[in-house]
Design a protein around this ligand. Structure first.
Ligand SMILES: *[C@@H]1O[C@H](CO)[C@@H](O)[C@H](O)[C@H]1NC(C)=O
Ligand SMILES: *[C@@H]1O[C@H](CO)[C@@H](O)[C@H](O)[C@H]1NC(C)=O
Ligand SMILES: *[C@@H]1O[C@H](CO)[C@@H](O)[C@H](O)[C@H]1NC(C)=O
Ligand SMILES: *[C@@H]1O[C@H](CO)[C@@H](O)[C@H](O)[C@H]1NC(C)=O
Ligand SMILES: *[C@@H]1O[C@H](CO)[C@@H](O)[C@H](O)[C@H]1NC(C)=O
Length: 266
């Protein structure tokens, strides 16, 4: 299926209804920290599906390698982006910028999930078509779950990203961080974010240990698996990693899986 270039309207500067905020980052500066809590990833072979999106020379979001050319991210990371020629993806590195095995690909087109709703973040998935990566031990596709796979509360997942590591400032992590977290019942997210939590979302809890701004679009894999994708980081609240959970998009959900298959053939 053909990827459409989605160019809608300029959204930078708008915010979702408090306390729901998207976790992309547009103006942070690299620091020496990471995700809130969690641990540093020093080996670039550990999360070889992790990519970083850079727009107009600023780090924007995380993402996952789906194949040599396709990257999965959150729709709110790219929706309304003005100039796709200013967007690139880096892979093969744990560093926010650079690294000896780094590969950089440009983005030729992207497609947001067709029912993505930028007001309430429903259906927050997008696929980028890139100029391509050379797959190796540092750059490897995620494994997608079987369509319809369900995840029960208590399932441990691992989120990775270069997002903010300290609620006191807006610095991004200079090195990739990971956090092992439990999924909790959707009711926990429904209460906090007062929307009707739907099956295409999963709720992830981590007091002092959770994703933050800049981690959006990034992978959440089954803990202990090398690269088995459970979800894509969507939104949470600021400050991060309080008793308020974060929301990820469930890639096994039939409708999300259909979208991925239709666009990528995977
Ligand atoms: C890119 O960044 C420059 C300098 O910060 C800014 O003036 C320009 O408007 C930005 N361009 C886009 C397309 O966001
Ligand atoms: C990506 O775009 C930049 C700037 O337009 C260009 O210099 C570079 O060669 C491109 N890289 C690839 C892999 O196409
Ligand atoms: C977070 O920032 C505060 C204030 O700058 C600092 O005191 C604290 O040590 C930082 N914490 C971490 C984990 O970097
Ligand atoms: C978001 O809004 C759409 C359109 O109004 C609605 O169909 C959907 O249920 C809403 N999603 C959530 C999670 O509230
Ligand atoms: C959730 O769904 C119920 C029943 O359909 C509806 O009355 C309520 O307004 C919805 N809440 C939100 C926040 O969309």
């Amino acid at each position: 299926m053909k990827l459409l270039l989605v160019l809608l309207f300029y959204l930078v500067g708008t915010v979702l209804a408090s306390p729901t905020i998207p976790l992309e980052e547009t103006n942070g500066t690299p620091g020496d920290g990471r995700i809130i809590g969690g641990y540093e990833v020093t080996d670039s072979k550990l999360f070889p599906h992790q990519v970083g999106l850079v727009y107009n020379n600023s780090f924007l979001c995380g993402g996952s390698v789906l194949s040599e050319i396709f990257v999965l991210t959150a729709a709110h990371c790219v929706y309304g982006l003005l100039d796709i020629t200013k967007l690139y993806v880096h892979a093969g590195t744990v560093f926010l910028y650079g690294g000896s095995n780094i590969q950089i690909a440009n983005v030729s087109a992207f497609q947001c999930y067709e029912h993505y709703n930028p007001v309430n973040s429903s259906g927050d998935l997008a696929i980028l078509r890139t100029t391509g990566f050379t797959l190796n031990e540092y750059v490897r596709p995620v494994k997608l779950p079987l369509p319809g796979t369900t995840w029960s509360p208590g399932t441990m997942v691992t989120a990775t990203g270069w997002g903010r590591y300290n609620n006191s400032n807006t610095d991004l992590s200079g090195i990739l961080k990971a956090a092992d977290l439990p999924l909790v019942s959707g009711i926990e997210c429904e209460i906090e974010f007062s929307f009707n939590f739907t099956d295409h979302m999963l709720c992830m809890y981590g007091f002092n240990n959770n994703v933050c701004k800049g981690d959006s679009g990034g992978p959440v894999i089954a803990t202990g698996s090398t690269n088995f994708l459970v979800g894509v980081v969507s939104f949470g609240s600021i400050p991060c990693a309080t008793t308020i959970p974060a929301v990820i998009i469930n890639v096994a959900y039939l409708e999300m899986r259909r979208f991925i298959s239709e666009v990528t053939g995977l």
